[in-house]
Design a protein around this ligand. Structure first.
Ligand code: SF4
Length: 414
């Protein structure tokens, strides 16, 4: 309740502004949530910032499908919403296992990630939760999750040095310091030698970091868009300039951070926009690394619907021409050659301003890694990137027996 009150106070509200629901009333609440967004405008406030906050208790070790209230709910979307509202929000998930990445043809690193909430206020067009989400469901039993899940997971994962506090479809630092997740997370990490925690954000809300205990255990990861992209497809997120200013503040605080231009959406004029962005980042701040990932995970039809009239015509033509080849591929909708061209452009822009900073491509295919290795200047099997589990500040790689390399394998040896 103290956590709830802190967050309400930051919003200029009190407990009397909160509607209290019981678990029995949760289905009614979920039906009510479907009426979002509100009909009337609030001038100066992006509609995404008006998503209701649902304060709940994250469940530990219980599955939504075993809860009759959830499993007997008829509509798919209502079932998922009801599960979240009742607190079925996974506190830990595993991503990018070696087998899974091999099957999906992705190059990344295996990791356990933590999460305390679901939903976001940024409304990015490339993110299903961001675009269509109707609320933020926040686990309030942070101390319990920290003790019963985060600590034991760190202890059981000696192969992993760095852990993301990322989930899910969320931007947790946009709710700090009142939410208090990072205070708890960093304190827990500080109980162990050489363990670090990532925030993963496209927010600019970093002033709280100056006062958070154990900030020496924190590493920032920015998901950074060009100015044009931030304006056009991230309606509730701060400008690129504001995010770059936040990075500069982290430099002043001595907190390391890394930059991911992810996703890079090839909007009309993207080259000039991204060239300007890279120049701004590298002239104003000192990230540890900088990397790229083209917009992926998106069927062509969704691209056409969400980004109508916004995409560079050459990229759109290429996506349409390769629709059959790219259908159901993880890296759809833009074909390989167009993505490679994009990465070459971005790497060259970085090198104009910094000949040494490590660059990387994120969650790309093994073929892309193999082809671009010379330009990237790192080995696909083991590379410095943004949020990998074995990359403490420095940046340096501290690989372990369990995570001895990336999920790359040579495409010639299939
Ligand atoms: S930055 Fe590295 S670890 Fe993070 S998603 Fe990209 S490839 Fe994976």
């Amino acid at each position: 309740m103290q956590r709830v009150e802190r967050m309400l106070s930051a919003l200029g509200k009190t407990l009397s502004d909160v509607t209290v629901y019981t678990e029995a009333e949760a289905p009614d609440l979920v039906r009510e949530l479907q009426d979002w967004p509100p009909a009337e405008d609030l001038p100066g406030v992006p509609v995404q910032h008006r998503r209701p906050l649902i304060f709940t208790q994250q469940k530990i070790g219980a599955k939504a499908e075993d809860d009759l209230r959830v499993s007997s709910c008829d509509a798919d979307s209502l079932r998922r919403d009801l599960a979240y509202v009742l607190g079925y929000i996974d506190p830990v998930q595993n991503y990018h296992g070696y087998d899974g990445d091999q099957a999906r043809n992705m190059v990344c690193w295996p990791t356990h990630d933590f999460g305390t909430m679901t939903g976001c206020s940024h409304g990015c067009f490339y993110c299903g939760t961001g675009l269509r989400g109707k609320y933020l469901a926040l686990g309030m039993n942070v101390a319990e999750i920290t003790e019963r899940v985060i600590g034991p997971t760190i202890e059981a994962s000696s192969e992993q040095r760095c852990f993301r506090m990322i989930g899910w479809g969320a931007d947790i630092i946009s709710l700090e310091p009142e939410y208090g997740v990072f205070a708890a997370f960093l304190s827990k990490l500080a109980e162990y030698e050489e363990r670090y925690g990532y925030f993963h954000s496209n927010s600019d809300n970093v002033d709280w970091i100056a006062d958070v205990p154990h900030r020496d255990r924190l590493i920032g990861i920015w998901s950074l868009a060009s100015e044009g992209m931030a304006r056009q497809v991230e309606p509730g997120a701060p400008s690129a300039a504001a995010r770059i200013e936040a990075m500069r503040k982290l430099n002043v605080m001595g907190v390391p951070f890394r930059v991911k231009l992810k996703p890079v959406v090839p909007l009309v004029g993207w080259q000039e926009d991204y060239a300007a962005l890279i120049e701004q980042v590298l002239s104003r701040t000192r990230p540890e690394t900088i990397g790229f990932c083209c917009l992926i995970w998106m069927p062509l039809e969704v691209l056409q619907e969400r980004f109508a009239g916004l995409i560079d015509p050459e990229f759109m033509r290429a996506a349409e021409a390769s629709a059959d080849e790219m259908r159901d591929q993880t890296h759809s909708p833009f074909p390989y050659a167009m993505r490679a061209e994009m990465y070459r452009f971005l790497i060259a822009e970085v090198r104009k301003h910094d000949p040494h900073i490590p660059v990387f491509i994120s969650t790309e295919t093994r073929e892309m890694w193999k082809e671009l290795e010379p330009e990237i200047g790192q080995r696909a099997t083991s590379f410095l990137c943004g949020c990998n589990p074995v990359q403490p500040p420095g940046p340096r790689l501290h690989t372990t027996e369990g995570v001895s390399g990336s999920t790359y394998f040579d495409p010639a040896v299939q």
